[in-house]
Design a protein around this ligand. Structure first.
Ligand code: OGA
Ligand code: NI
Length: 296
């Protein structure tokens, strides 16, 4: 595994994004997940609508942008969000999905633990620092399955608008059709996944914990007019009860004072999800300084 590698350090510092291969998660299991999600989206509207949640922390939430009134940017996506850890939830249909989901999400948590050990070390912290400080035994892990059908006018629509993810690391796989773009130095960069790879992005809580040393990355999903794209993002965060603030060990010498206020992770998720916030505007709310680049 990657642990404490210069490549991981570079990726976190410069990109907030990287691809992981040789991760040990069975490719058959990854394909079964993609298949299971495809079967979910193939259910009838009625069957899917059983899963419509109301509150942002409801354990299962299905949603579609295809019946929404026209927005400024048309969104072109169906999604299924399921809290899978620390409590495990799963829709009743498709049958047999539960075992695959349980096995896959556990395997991904193991990869995430390894990556966070490497990230802790790269930050100059003990390797178990993040796992312990944020109580990852009780981590909030959320499945976000996205369906992007072919769109007749892809240039007029967006699958998912620009945002950063609230957690620590989001592990994404897709069905061989690309569409993810990440922002790098102000430009949108297309991401093409190697077969069997995880696309990983760092979330707002890596930024907060590292006191801004590693930034969460803005990303979005674009659509195409040929093929249906399915992506499965597994958002891996701290314990919902953990109050996350910049690691004490990174503060105090010279210029480094805390740049973010501490906040309970659960409250942060609610704040981000219940507002029509875009980009990194939620993170800006917990930011103490610099509010503007010139504030240094
Ligand atoms: C997400 C996300 C990107 C994609 O679900 O948070 O960023 O490519 N998805 O579907
Ligand atoms: Ni995202």
């Amino acid at each position: 595994m990657v642990q404490n590698s210069p490549a991981l350090r570079f990726a976190c510092k410069e990109w907030g994004f990287f691809m992981v291969i040789n991760h040990g998660v069975d490719e058959g299991l990854m394909n079964s997940m993609l298949e299971g999600c495809r079967e979910f989206f193939d259910l009838t509207d009625e069957e899917k609508r059983v899963n419509e949640g109301k509150h942002v922390l409801d354990p299962i939430r299905y949603g579609t942008s295809f019946n929404a009134s026209v927005d400024e940017v048309s969104l072109w996506r169906d999604y299924l969000k399921v809290i899978v850890h620390q409590e495990f939830h799963c829709p009743n249909k498709p049958a047999d999905f539960s075992n695959v989901l349980q096995e896959y999400t556990k395997a991904v948590r193991d990869v995430v633990r390894g990556l966070l050990e490497g990230i802790s070390e790269n930050l100059g912290l003990e390797s178990c620092y993040i796992n312990r400080a944020l109580d990852l035994e009780s981590s909030l892990q959320i499945l976000i399955a996205n369906l992007y059908p072919p769109c007749p006018q892809p240039e007029l629509a967006m699958g998912l608008p620009s945002h950063s993810d609230h957690g620590l690391l989001t592990m994404l796989i897709e069905n061989g059709i690309s569409g993810l773009q990440i922002q790098h130095k102000g430009k949108w960069v297309n991401v093409n996944a190697a077969p069997g790879a995880f696309l990983v992005n760092t979330g707002d809580h890596v930024e907060i914990l590292s006191n801004g040393k590693y930034r969460s990355v803005l990303h979005r999903a674009v659509v195409n007019n040929k093929s249906t794209r399915i992506s499965i993002a597994l958002a891996n965060g701290p314990s919902p009860e953990a109050i996350v603030s910049p690691a004490e060990e990174l503060l105090g010498n010279g210029s480094s004072r805390a740049a973010y206020i501490g906040m309970k992770y659960k409250d942060y998720v609610e704040l981000q999800q219940s507002n029509k916030l875009s980009g990194k505007s939620c993170l800006d709310r917990v930011k103490i300084w610099p509010k503007m680049p010139g504030d240094y």
